[in-house]
Write a protein that binds this ligand. Structure first.
Ligand code: ZN
Length: 427
């Protein structure tokens, strides 16, 4: 029957017999009644093994398929149960959908592809599904992908990081490949046990082949690395080190702001005027970006703010110069490692004597982690690749807010950055 083949093609069905197609006037949807093709019946939904039939289950079921033009389409079939020697009584496998899913394989695949390339609202509007549903779909598509690929092939130099999700209350541990920039692995939790999960899965043989591991100075990372990859050289990610300096600078800026504000309040009270922020407090508050951004990216206005800080807040300006100095150390490292190490030591002695408590403290942390920082410099570990992957992971996690599980967040990150991006069905 040629018509049935056309319908199967339109609905993206394989190894499936289309019995008839009807238009449901009441719900305004197209419904294709189908059954599994020969050889695809009475298989366990979990392991796909051929089993004995058990019963008719809960009767007929519908699966959402891709829209046909503007019309919503469903596939409808019996959902009998089988008795699997390993998995017990389970709903039989169907060739058009994953076990337990309410959408067809083609639908799942399209959702996964869209979720990795489009904005949230583009996916939900186009496919008329909730963002939570997108989360469920990407989780099962990733579970399937992960089962068929080797994520750890040829891994030598890795970066370990923790990333917060759920507005900072929960953490993921992520592992990135320094050589390809791929996200290799992610799991909920940021502690020794979470990272041990990665090393266990990697296995002792491949753990032994890891040469370099970069991370921030977190103690739990160090402990897990010593335990599972004692041969690996521990390196410090330059962007973490620069982030410490940025944090110290911000702490100082806030202190300066509070001080100026306190002084302003004192004057206003004395003069019996309204409490209003003075020009100085406002300017300090607005100068945040001027202090944070790399000088080459500053706008004209931000450059002016920086000049103003140089004149009015000399300590804050020195702190800014210290932050920039540290960034320069890593910029030099790309060109000349030996010179960068000299520059690092000059920076340490400068920071030690700077009389800014936040930076004296930072100098101490850097001395503590000096070996790891020097390992990064001498091994020319490409910071840019890992930093850009980290930035992308953070963006994806922000988008994934609203997924109900960490698994779905991880799935979207892995599908997007793990080197196995979903393709559109039948391409
Ligand atoms: Zn089974």
């Amino acid at each position: 029957m040629r018509n049935a083949r056309v319908w199967a093609g339109l609905l993206g069905l394989r190894k499936t017999v289309v019995e008839r197609v009807e238009f449901d006037e009441q719900q305004q949807v197209l419904v294709a009644s189908v059954r599994p093709g020969r050889g695809r019946r009475r298989r366990c939904g979990v392991c796909d093994r051929r089993c004995a039939g058990y019963d008719q289950g809960a009767g007929r079921r519908r699966w959402r398929a891709l829209d046909l033009g503007t019309i919503r389409a469903y596939v409808e079939a019996d959902a009998p149960r089988v008795s699997c020697p390993e998995h017990g009584v389970v709903v039989a496998a169907v060739p058009w959908a994953r076990h337990g899913a309410g959408h067809t394989l083609g639908f799942d695949q399209t959702v996964a592809w869209l979720a990795t390339v489009c904005a949230k609202s583009a996916v939900t509007d186009l496919l008329r599904i909730a963002w939570r549903t997108v989360g469920n779909v990407v989780a099962r598509v990733w579970a399937d992908t992960e089962a068929h690929v080797d994520l750890f092939d040829g891994l030598k130099r890795i970066g370990v990081d923790e990333i917060s999700y759920r507005k900072g209350r929960k953490y993921l541990t992520v592992v990135v490949d320094h050589d390809s920039g791929r996200l290799v692995w992610a799991a909920p939790g940021a502690d020794k046990a979470a990272l041990a999960g990665f090393f266990t899965r990697l296995g002792p043989e491949r753990c032994a082949r890891i040469t370099h591991i970069s991370s921030d100075a977190a103690g739990w990372i160090r402990e897990a690395v010593t335990e599972h990859c004692p041969q690996a050289i521990r390196c410090a990610d330059p962007f973490h080190v620069v982030a410490w300096a940025t944090d110290a600078l911000d702490e100082l800026r806030r202190a300066a702001w509070n001080q100026v504000r306190g002084a302003a309040r004192g004057t206003t009270r004395a003069n019996n005027r309204n409490h209003r922020p003075t020009g100085d407090t406002k300017a300090l508050k607005n100068a945040r970006w001027a202090l944070w951004k790399n000088p080459e990216n500053l706008t004209l206005r931000q450059k002016e703010q920086l000049d103003w800080i140089a004149k009015t807040q000399p300590a804050l300006y020195r702190a800014w110069a210290l932050k920039e100095g540290l960034r320069t150390v890593f910029a030099i490292a790309r060109r000349d490692p030996a010179e960068a190490i000299e520059a690092l030591d000059r920076w340490i002695s400068w920071a030690r004597r700077c009389r800014i408590p936040q930076f004296v403290k930072l100098a101490r942390s850097i001395v503590r982690d000096r070996d790891a920082i020097i390992a990064t410099i001498t091994n020319r570990l490409s910071n840019a690749l890992v930093e850009s992957t980290n930035t992308k992971i953070r963006l994806i996690i922000r988008r994934a807010f609203g997924f109900h599980s960490a698994d779905a967040i991880i799935a979207l990150a892995m599908l997007s950055l793990g080197g196995h991006r979903p393709e559109l069905p039948d391409r």
